[in-house]
Design a protein around this ligand. Structure first.
Ligand SMILES: [Zn+2]
Length: 133
């Protein structure tokens, strides 16, 4: 069973990809609406949406509704990855206790300044994690 933080990291990756695909879709639609690439992009976007839904079922109602509220406020940056003990969303320094908590990839914290969800671990789907135990 994966931790919530792992799912949140995956959610973050998917959100990032969705932004990119949506941008490309918008560009294709205005440049060349007949392009076959448009269908492909549309499919890709739908796949990402499906993956997102599958991840969301792992969260309880309160976290899910919290995420929804975050998304309506911050769109695609509701989940962020910690950067040098800073919240990348609002650039505020995290309290020491929370920064330490984020050394554990299975933990996540909620930024007390902007409310974004902050995760620590890179997603392990491509095996790029180099953390030793
Ligand atoms: Zn913040």
């Amino acid at each position: 069973m994966k931790s919530k933080a792992t799912y949140l990291s995956q959610l973050r990756e998917i959100d990032t990809k969705m932004v990119r695909v949506r941008d490309q879709l918008r560009r294709i639609s205005s440049d060349d609406p007949q392009s076959p690439r448009k269908d492909k992009m549309q499919k890709r976007f739908e796949n990402l949406e499906k993956r997102k839904t599958r991840i969301l079922v792992n969260f309880d109602c309160s976290l899910r509704s919290y995420l929804e509220r975050l998304e309506s406020r911050y769109q695609d940056t509701s989940v962020v990855r910690v950067n040098n003990a800073l919240c990348p969303g609002c650039h505020m320094k995290l309290p020491t206790k929370e920064a330490i908590l984020l050394h554990d990839p299975n933990q996540y914290v909620i930024c007390s300044f902007c409310g974004r969800i902050i995760v620590s671990c890179p997603v392990d789907t491509d095996g790029s994690t180099t953390q030793s135990h």
